[in-house]
Design a protein around this ligand. Structure first.
Ligand SMILES: Cc1cc2nc3c(=O)[nH]c(=O)nc-3n(C[C@H](O)[C@H](O)[C@H](O)COP(=O)(O)OP(=O)(O)OC[C@H]3O[C@@H](n4cnc5c(N)ncnc54)[C@H](O)[C@@H]3O)c2cc1C
Length: 445
């Protein structure tokens, strides 16, 4: 089969690490192809955590993530954050958030401390960068401003009452009200609400329903359903993937702010997360304009080496055994994630990396995968399994040397880290993607 595309770099994976790698590589002028299906990005809260917890066994929340990283690198010398210096982590975050701002999804945060973001359970999540749609909530909570939480009858997994019960003792001005969503009854789904709000009439209707409850509130928080995408309306409406809708997230927020006369903010919902879907939409809409050839919702089924030392990737089609396209690339970044993205798979005996057959660092026996106590503060060894890499992010073969000179790895597939417990999911993905692209580019010279 003739190659559909010949490029410098193939990115395997379309989660946070794959998106970041495709972005960083295209920004450096490399030609890039990317394939991948569902990833954590689709379920993520939209927040970009750098490091929220260390040491995890002490459940110690990190205030200054840069000091946290220093401690983490000292305490866990094999952690992949040890492969990326602070200056590169900072540069990676800057490039990543600058792209998202251009795509209509601006972020905010503090230079040297984590922000505290309210969740739908009333807990507080430390994060390094939060979508601007959530930022007034961060400030309202910090300043303990009189604040109203809006909860919709029929929306599961979001309880204004619970938020007030949990936070109320330290935030006396916090109230909630449960109202019907305009024109809807029965069970409500976040996607449906988000798409309804692309109609300004519905936004105005919502503002009318909320107005009588605002009273002394200086900020009003809504579940994060204020629009399915956030791309600038002019750009978004011309792209098929987001449709020809009339208003984006920040149009909705501006209208509600104008109608209600108070700050408006979003509170992340449980998965499925509209904030995560906005991230995917931003990448899938704007990466092709930067020259990235995307194979959305497609997986790499097989690969082989080419005569010149590159790779030929076979991208699976819809039917069993179908190959839809062939991509030839000089090098590749493996960002396949762990079990959720199927970058790692497990049978009754061992954990495997199914695409390249790379060795996976893991406990010797299956009965060591989990600790006896599910809530053991140290976490489970299975959640630290993954692919080991050298200092240039190249996966190692059995003999401890790089498996290929031009294969790099990034994100949660990397061994020696438990991103979920350390609350460093996006940060680790973005930082290691940056380092992997840099190593790939250095390998060309
Ligand atoms: C419910 C949830 C909430 C989260 N919330 C946050 C949060 O608040 N803050 C934060 O910082 N992070 C959060 N994350 C984490 C974050 O979104 C990422 O999951 C994490 O950073 C890992 O990203 P990844 O790209 O390494 O892997 P994944 O997200 O798992 O992506 C792996 C990708 O590789 C693809 N893939 C695998 N094998 C192949 C193949 N053979 N061919 C092609 N593609 C392949 C998959 O289809 C997928 O696209 C959350 C994750 C989840 C699941």
């Amino acid at each position: 089969m003739e190659p559909d595309c010949s490029c410098d770099l193939m990115v395997v994976g379309a989660g946070m690490a794959g998106m970041a790698a495709a972005l960083f590589a295209s920004s450096r002028g490399l030609s890039v192809a990317q394939a991948g299906a569902l990833g954590g990005i689709d379920f993520s809260t939209g927040m970009l955590d750098l490091l929220g917890m260390h040491p995890v066994e002490e459940l110690h929340a990190v205030d200054n993530p840069w000091q946290g990283l220093e401690a983490l690198r000292r305490d866990e010398p094999h952690h992949p954050y040890g492969l990326v210096p602070d200056a590169d982590v900072r540069a990676a975050f800057e490039d990543f958030t600058a792209f998202l701002a251009e795509a209509g999804l601006p972020y905010d945060g503090y230079a040297d401390r984590n922000a505290r973001v309210l969740t739908s359970l009333g807990t507080v999540k430390p994060t390094y960068r939060a979508p601007c749609s959530m930022w007034p909530g961060v400030q309202a909570m910090e300043r303990k401003l009189p604040c109203l939480i809006i909860d919709f009858i029929g929306l599961k997994g979001f309880s204004g009452r619970q938020i007030v019960e949990v936070r109320g003792p330290e935030w006396p001005g916090l109230r909630s009200v449960r109202i019907p969503f305009p024109g809807c009854a029965g069970e409500l789904y976040p996607e449906h609400l988000a798409w309804s709000l692309t109609e300004m009439d519905v936004v105005d209707w919502l503002a009318e329903s909320v107005a009588e409850h605002v009273q002394d509130a200086q900020a009003v928080g809504f579940p994060a359903v204020l629009g399915p995408y956030a791309a600038p309306a002019s750009t978004a409406s011309s792209t098929a993937s987001v449709g020809a809708a009339s208003s984006g997230l920040y149009d909705v927020i501006a209208r509600l702010r104008e109608r209600l006369g108070v700050e408006i903010f979003e509170i992340p919902t449980m998965p499925p997360s509209i904030a995560g879907l906005r991230l995917r939409a931003a990448f899938e809409t704007f990466l092709p304009g930067r020259g990235v050839r995307i194979y959305p919702q497609k997986r790499v089924a097989e690969w082989e080496r080419t005569d010149n030392g590159g790779f030929r990737f076979h991208i699976a089609g819809a039917g069993e055994g179908d190959i839809e396209a062939v991509v030839e690339a000089r090098g590749a970044i493996l960002a396949g994630g762990r079990f959720f993205g199927k970058g790692l798979t497990a049978d009754r005996h061992a954990v495997h990396e199914p695409l390249f057959g790379l060795p996976v660092l893991q406990p010797k026996h299956r009965d060591e995968w989990h600790r006896e106590d599910f809530f053991d503060a140290r976490g489970h060894p299975l959640n630290r399994t993954g692919v080991e890499v050298d200092a240039r992010l190249r996966p190692l073969s059995e003999n401890g040397h790089p498996a290929f000179p031009n294969l790099f790895a990034a994100g949660s597939i990397l061994a020696n880290q438990d991103w979920m417990r350390a609350k460093c999911g996006a940060g680790l993905a973005i930082a290691t993607a940056y380092a992997a692209v840099q190593s790939y580019q250095n390998s060309l010279s």
